[in-house]
Design a protein around this ligand. Structure first.
Ligand code: ADP
Ligand code: MG
Length: 267
């Protein structure tokens, strides 16, 4: 799905230059679920925005299904974003004056879907996140967890290839966090999505197939416990969809008898 090489991003902050990304190489396979952890201010959101075509790198290649997002014209990037990428944010980013139904429909407007089809698809999407009975509620009449469900429906109603989530449970209590991550997991598995989730929360990261850690604008990998061969037999892995995809050598996690998975993370 993605092949990033040498991706850097510099921001100008007054006269100072902030190096948000300092050479990120990353392969994300089709239908993979990747979690990205790391301290605040170390480039996680910047990376996610570049993956989603919301921002461009200062240098490097962002290959998305064979096209370099860094080089595409703005109109083409907008098209890729509208058709292929769903976003979910920590603060939900719903439009407060629109109903749940209208918020979800809004994602289909750039795709020139007819009004009737928009209504239908939005209602189905909201139903699929358990909000079939909340279509006419505005965000202020919904709980945080329900608002994030609306945002997930909005991200998925266009049937994107990729779902990018930036701290999707950062504003939620623990029980709601578990509900939302459970929902994302179901969506990922049922729809064959490629999913990249930025999170502070190790409980969430551990459910992904692979965990990357951003530090000082660089990305390293550790292997989640559940994906280790000793704990997940191939047959089980097949049926639960947990088997790691066939990764290229550069991105392959260390073998079970290699160095401890966390070793790259030592401060
Ligand atoms: P994280 O998501 O890991 O907290 P970010 O990707 O948001 O980190 O930010 C990485 C660095 O880039 C930080 O030092 C931040 O201040 C800086 N940064 C992010 N966005 C901008 C921007 N639009 N303008 C200037 N600096 C920015
Ligand atoms: Mg961030």
């Amino acid at each position: 799905m993605y092949k990033l090489s040498g991706v850097t991003k510099n921001y100008a902050k007054g006269r100072e230059k902030v190096a948000a990304l300092r050479g990120v190489d990353l392969v994300v396979e089709d239908a993979e679920w990747l979690a990205i952890q790391g301290p605040t201010g170390h480039g996680k959101s910047t990376l996610l925005q570049i993956l989603g075509g919301l921002d461009r790198p200062s240098a490097g290649i962002v290959d998305f299904d064979g096209r370099d997002l860094a080089q595409l014209r703005e109109a083409e990037v907008t098209r890729v974003r509208a058709t292929s990428v769903g976003f979910v944010f920590q603060t939900f980013n719903l439009i407060p004056t629109l109903s749940a139904q209208e918020n979800v429909e809004a994602a289909l407007v750039p795709l020139h879907v007819s009004a009737t089809a928009r209504r239908e698809r939005a209602a189905i999407a909201l139903d699929s996140v358990g909000l079939g009975d909340r279509l006419r509620h505005v965000p202020g009449e919904l709980s945080g967890g329900q608002q994030q469900r609306v945002a997930i429906a909005r991200a998925l109603v266009k049937e994107p290839k990729v779902l990018l989530a930036d701290e999707p449970t950062g504003n939620l209590d623990e029980d709601t966090r578990d509900e939302i991550i459970g929902l994302l997991e179901v969506m990922w598995r049922e729809r064959g999505l490629t999913m990249v989730v930025v999170t502070h929360d190790s409980t969430i990261a551990r459910r992904a197939q692979r965990i990357g850690v951003m530090k000082n604008g660089r990305l390293n990998f550790k292997q989640p416990a559940q994906a280790q061969p000793a704990q997940v037999q191939p047959a089980q892995a097949q049926s639960s969809g947990l088997q790691p995809p066939d990764l290229p050598a550069a991105d392959r996690p260390p073998a079970a008898d290699g160095p401890p998975a966390g070793s790259v993370l030592a401060d």
